[in-house]
Design a protein around this ligand. Structure first.
Ligand code: B12
Ligand code: SF4
Length: 423
């Protein structure tokens, strides 16, 4: 490895999303920080700020004193990130944007004068290269970094949770739910291609998995060092590989790690044997993207499952003692009120423990985004919990928002945290 030996002061920023609610730890930044600390050969002074917990003034002051400022942005976070970047930029510092939004719209992001470089896709190797370039005095203005994906995820060091001030999120979870919770990522990517989802932009290749040993080493560390009492898997779909899931569950039990956990699941990946292992190993909740009760709409979404399978899987998940969450999405272009009635009937029948009703939003990178007309939208205003864009051929935007509100009110006692907050 090249020896630069140059000391670098880096500030990472997780901008705000525009709504006050529970925010998760900046896991992506945690991964990048750990990678830099392992592989950068010079000294590093790394700090982290969150738009949720820190004042803009603090972030701006820290950023103006750093060599490199790295912003991590989903689309709703981009506006706040850009606003901060404009105030942080000096002739001497280097501003880089990474995460799903810059990955989806690199041209639009890099045309901003205050943004020197854009990283698309996985950030660990790309950020290392960028830091080395800056250390060597290279001009990175208007550079784009996209590097080969890491094949073996076990090579990655665990996220640096001290630097990302994970304790703040854990305390927030404890305040909201009475349990010390944090997130862990066991895989990258999802084999499905739902029309409304952005996963394919960030992780376009086949799904990669960490080994069970590697995941459980991190889990043990989290229990020992951070007194974590519940794990949320941040994977797109935790249940992609039956063999991987069963292997994880078996090893978790063999190692006597009893911590409960929850994860995202896709109905078509589930069978009874997997559910038995999940339940035995401490899985307490499965979160299903059910999306619709209308077979026609499920097809239009490329959801790759059907209503009868969803019903079977919910029934089985409950029989194995796990809680179920059902997320529904309203507003597909051809959706009619009859389709939404089917969704409501399905929800009644499934009786999930938690339910969310979101609205289709044309985030950059899903099939509803139009780069001609939407590239410069204010994404802090476009939300799946209410937006003024979505309408179908037969249902207006106002009607859809009203339907969503009616459903949230109907299921108020089991609505998601975010929808409860909205009321
Ligand atoms: C957990 C999760 C949440 C959590 C919060 C996550 C958080 N940290 O704030 C909750 C449940 C609250 C949530 C809410 C929402 N979410 Co969400 N969420 C996720 C999920 C499933 C995992 C995130 C994660 O931890 N990933 C793992 C880490 C390692 O990946 P990463 O953060 O992307 O980081 C890597 C790269 O992006 C890059 N990188 C990231 N930052 C930086 C910075 C620099 C400087 C560099 C160089 C590189 C870099 O390197 C990292 C390591 O390789 C993702 C899907 C996914 N698998 O990523 C969706 C996802 C991010 N969410 C999405 C959406 C739409 C939302 C909501 C807008 C939904 C809504 N309310 O309408 C909100 C907005 C929240 C927000 N922060 O903007 C979309 C984003 C689409 C978009 N264009 O913005 C995603 C991609 C889901 C999808 N597949 O469509 N979400
Ligand atoms: S199953 Fe979930 S993560 Fe995978 S493509 Fe569909 S919505 Fe995205």
């Amino acid at each position: 490895m090249e020896q630069t030996g140059v000391k670098m002061k880096i500030v990472f920023v997780q901008p705000n999303v525009g709504f006050k609610g529970h925010t998760w730890e900046a896991l992506g930044i945690g991964y990048i920080v750990a990678y830099l600390k392992k592989y950068y050969t010079g000294d590093l002074d790394i700090d982290f700020y969150s738009g949720f917990y820190d004042y803009d003034e603090q972030i701006i002051e820290a950023g103006r004193n750093a060599d490199i400022i790295g912003f991590s942005c989903t689309s709703p976070q981009y506006k706040h990130g850009l606003n901060l970047a404009k105030q942080i930029k000096t002739p001497d510092n280097h501003i880089v944007f990474g995460g799903i939004h810059p990955s989806a719209l690199p041209d639009s992001v890099s045309k901003e004068e205050c943004i020197d470089a854009v990283v698309t896709g996985e950030g660990e190797k790309a950020m290392l290269k960028l830091v080395e370039d800056v250390a060597k005095g290279a001009n990175i203005h208007k550079r784009r970094y996209a590097v080969k994906y890491i094949e073996n995820l076990d090579e990655l060091p665990f996220p640096d949770r001290a630097t990302i001030k994970n304790e703040r999120n854990i305390l927030q979870a404890f305040h909201d739910e009475g349990v010390r919770i944090t997130s862990v990522l066991s895989s990258r990517g999802c084999p499905f291609r739902c029309s409304f989802c952005c996963s394919r932009v960030l992780w376009p290749h086949k799904t990669r998995f960490r080994s069970s040993t590697n995941i459980l080493d991190e889990v043990e560390e989290l229990i020992r060092d951070r007194d974590i009492q519940f794990l949320k898997f941040a994977d797109d779909t935790f249940t992609v590989s039956k063999q991987k899931v069963i292997d994880f569950c078996k090893l978790k039990m063999i190692r006597g790690i009893s911590i409960p956990y929850g994860a995202n699941a896709h109905a078509n990946t589930i069978d009874e044997e997997m559910l038995r292992y999940l339940a035995e190993s401490g899985c307490r909740e499965l979160w299903y993207g059910v999306e619709s009760g209308s077979p026609r709409i499920l097809k239009e979404m490329h959801k790759n499952t059907d209503v009868s399978r969803i019903k079977t899987v919910f029934k089985l998940t409950k029989e194995y003692g796990m809680k179920t969450r059902a997320y529904f999405l309203l507003g597909m272009p051809n959706e009619t009120t009859e389709d939404i009635e089917m969704t409501e009937r399905l929800c009644d029948e499934l009786q999930p423990d938690i339910v969310g009703f979101t609205l289709l939003a044309p985030f950059p990178c899903n099939e509803y985004f139009d780069c001609e007309t939407m590239a410069d939208w204010d994404w802090s205003l476009v939300d799946e919990y209410g937006n003024d864009w979505v309408r179908t051929e037969t249902i207006t935007n106002r009607e859809l928002n009203n339907i969503q509100q009616r459903l949230v009110t109907k299921y108020q006692n089991i609505a998601t945290f975010r929808q409860k907050l909205k009321k």
